[in-house]
Write a protein that binds this ligand. Structure first.
Ligand code: ADP
Ligand code: MG
Length: 351
């Protein structure tokens, strides 16, 4: 067989590049919901409501009561790499917001139709603008608005035929969104969240700015979960090895479930840590004879230089500096909490 002729290398159209990049940032409807809700939280909202139609393919609407978006900023709002959260690379070191790369809204406009309605403090009316392919389609139109921002994404992946087809056949999309909102609701206990399917009479997640985390868990995951939780906390101040603080709620021996629920926030970011999750499962299996799968809510705070936030937006899996030491400490506090609760339970049963 003769060697084929060398093919010509071409520069891709910017529109093609942007659509490919957008498809990576937004893998499925729940990724868009996560970006929108994080924007609402970054805007200091105390109330975030989500409305979803067709698992998010037809419509995702996120409304908040945050600080809103300035009129002057609307023209560049959905361009790639426009953000109010970061200006120098060094800011990454101390950044507290969840967003910073200015890519989420832009991505939505490359694979869906975006409408933004927003009002800032002290204004008599708001503005509404629509966006496609990074650009504002027309001058913002004055409109009635109460407070904050509402972002609507319609026809997500309308121009990615294969992606849309696979997602259309999936019944998992709405449950994934409900799961995401449930997690946010229990961590951000001072924010009220709701998540509703279009046409449904009641919300599937409904939390009021609760007074305690246990209240928040009760309203989102139900009384049976909340009733069987125990508080844990541990910390380490060793500047050289590990330096962290952890607070959490973990299920006791009465809690029964088919699989583990692990809600993990590190420095207020919703993340996943496979190593920590496995380590916790091991402790449960070893300590509780009937080895039930636990419910775990955990919030870990670390010095910001110990977590690399500069990872791709879709990479929720994190690894930490001094991970082994931190995991060991957490394992041991869980083990002792389980042992002492189990001991008092046996004692109660005997008496
Ligand atoms: P990032 O969050 O990384 O900055 P985004 O594309 O998600 O990038 O958002 C771009 C900018 O739009 C944000 O920096 C913020 O200033 C503004 N913004 C987006 N959503 C909201 C919102 N719900 N409330 C107020 N401002 C918002
Ligand atoms: Mg963002």
């Amino acid at each position: 067989i003769p060697t084929p002729a060398a093919p010509k290398i071409q520069r891709l159209d910017e529109a093609v590049v942007n659509r490919i990049a957008a498809g990576e940032v937004l893998q499925r409807p729940v990724s868009a919901v996560k970006e929108l809700v994080e924007n609402s939280l970054d805007a200091g909202s105390t109330s975030v409501s989500v409305l979803v139609k067709d698992g998010g393919l037809k419509l995702i609407q996120v409304s908040d009561d945050g600080h809103g978006i300035r009129y002057e900023d609307l023209p560049i709002l959905c361009e790639r790499h426009t953000t109010s959260k970061l200006s120098t690379y060094e800011d990454l070191q101390t950044i507290k917001s969840m967003g910073f790369r200015g890519e989420a809204l832009a991505s939505m406009t490359y694979v869906g139709h975006v409408t933004v309605t927003t009002i800032t403090k002290g204004q008599l009316h708001g503005y509404r603008a629509t966006y496609r392919d990074g650009l504002m389609e027309h001058e913002p139109r004055p409109c009635a608005a109460v407070n904050g921002t509402q972002i609507v994404v319609e026809n997500l992946f309308y121009n990615m035929i294969a992606r849309r087809k696979t997602l259309q056949n999936s019944a998992d999309e709405y449950p994934k969104i409900v799961d995401l909102l449930s997690r946010f609701a229990i961590h951000h206990k001072n924010v009220s969240f709701s998540c509703r399917k279009h046409g449904a009479a009641r919300a599937d997640v409904h939390s009021t700015a609760a007074s305690s985390r246990l209240d928040a868990i009760r309203s989102v995951y139900g009384v049976t979960v909340a009733r069987n939780l125990m508080k844990i906390n541990t910390s380490d101040n060793d500047q050289l090895s590990s330096n962290f603080e952890m607070v959490g709620l973990i299920s006791n021996a009465n809690y029964v479930a088919k699989k583990i629920t692990m809600v993990l926030f590190i420095n207020d970011r919703l993340v996943e840590c496979g190593a920590l999750k496995r380590a916790i499962e091991i402790v449960y299996a070893a300590t509780l004879p009937k080895a039930s799968k636990p419910f775990v809510y955990m919030s870990i705070m670390l010095p910001s230089e110990h977590v690399d936030v500069n990872v791709h937006p879709t990479k929720r899996e994190v690894s930490l500096l001094n991970q082994e030491i931190i995991i060991e400490k957490i394992q041991s506090v869980i083990e002792s909490t389980l042992r002492s609760s189990n001991a008092s339970r046996t004692f109660e049963e005997q008496t």
